[in-house]
Design a protein around this ligand. Structure first.
Ligand SMILES: Nc1ncnc2c1ncn2[C@@H]1O[C@H](COP(=O)(O)OP(=O)(O)OP(=O)(O)O)[C@@H](O)[C@H]1O
Ligand SMILES: [Mg+2]
Length: 238
């Protein structure tokens, strides 16, 4: 893979579909998604509850199979690969902040952040040390030994963000990173995400309902009922 410069195509979805279940219980979650996401930009995915946002980013991130259409990530049709190759690709290239955070309650903040590094083969001590450095970048260096339950909602969110970035992935996908946060904390988390994650070689997709942070996006993709209806460039991208 050649070196990327800002503005290159990171994600290219064409006619992407996803159906959950079969027959009477079938749900058409994605009904032909066309979407381009470029490197060096922060792209928001917005739309009403149930319109398919989490489904879309899960297919893009390679954690969920599509039903039809195409989705290339950095030029690769990841979904066409076997699960082993896909998992290895994901471990190296994707950072995911889940809607439900998914922090492991019995591990400290630093150990949670170290997980992606250990999956990539880093030893425990070195991984936890690097995780501690990452926590410092999200202003949580002093809480590295705390368990998730000992942290506030905003602090837990920052741990989840640190975990998504610690292995320097090319694609960062965040599902509602500010939903549990008050306005100021939400803004700080997004500024942080933007500063830590924005790089000419990296693409950042953020799912959000939160109109208060729209001004931070470069592009906003509006979804409804399984489709991307329009993509808006915001003043910050010009
Ligand atoms: N595992 C599943 N099995 C069946 N249907 C599902 C499943 N996951 C999601 N759906 C359905 O697919 C549609 C899209 O769901 P999705 O979670 O992608 O929406 P969303 O835009 O992320 O919503 P929210 O803003 O509430 O998180 C919904 O109708 C939902 O009920
Ligand atoms: Mg969702």
């Amino acid at each position: 893979m050649s070196k990327l410069t800002a503005g290159q195509l990171a994600v290219n979805c064409r006619g992407l579909t996803k159906q959950y279940g079969q027959g009477e219980n079938a749900v058409q979650a994605l009904r032909g998604i066309d979407l381009e996401v470029r490197t060096g930009e922060m792209t928001y995915l917005v739309g009403p509850s149930g319109c398919g946002k989490t489904t879309l980013i899960s297919v893009i991130a390679g954690t969920l199979d599509r039903s039809g259409g195409a989705c290339e990530v950095f030029g690769d049709d990841v979904a066409s690969w076997g699960e082993r190759k896909r998992a290895a690709w994901r471990g190296r290239n994707v950072g995911f902040v889940f809607q439900a955070l998914n922090l492991v309650p019995t591990l400290t903040a630093a150990e949670n952040v170290a997980i992606p590094l250990m999956i990539l083969g880093e030893g425990h001590d070195k991984a936890v040390r690097r995780a501690g450095e990452m926590l410092e970048r999200v202003d949580l260096g002093a809480r590295a030994r705390s368990l998730p339950a000992q942290l506030s909602g905003g602090q837990q969110q920052r741990v989840a963000i640190a975990r998504a970035l610690v292995h320097d992935p090319r694609l960062v996908v965040c599902d509602e990173p500010t939903s549990a946060l008050d306005h100021d904390t939400g803004h700080r988390v997004m500024e942080l995400l933007r500063s830590v994650a924005s790089s000419a070689e990296r693409a950042l997709i953020v799912v959000t309902h939160d109109a208060r942070i729209f001004s931070l996006a470069d592009r906003i993709a509006h979804m409804d009922d399984g489709r991307v209806e329009r993509v808006e460039s915001t003043p910050s991208s010009r």
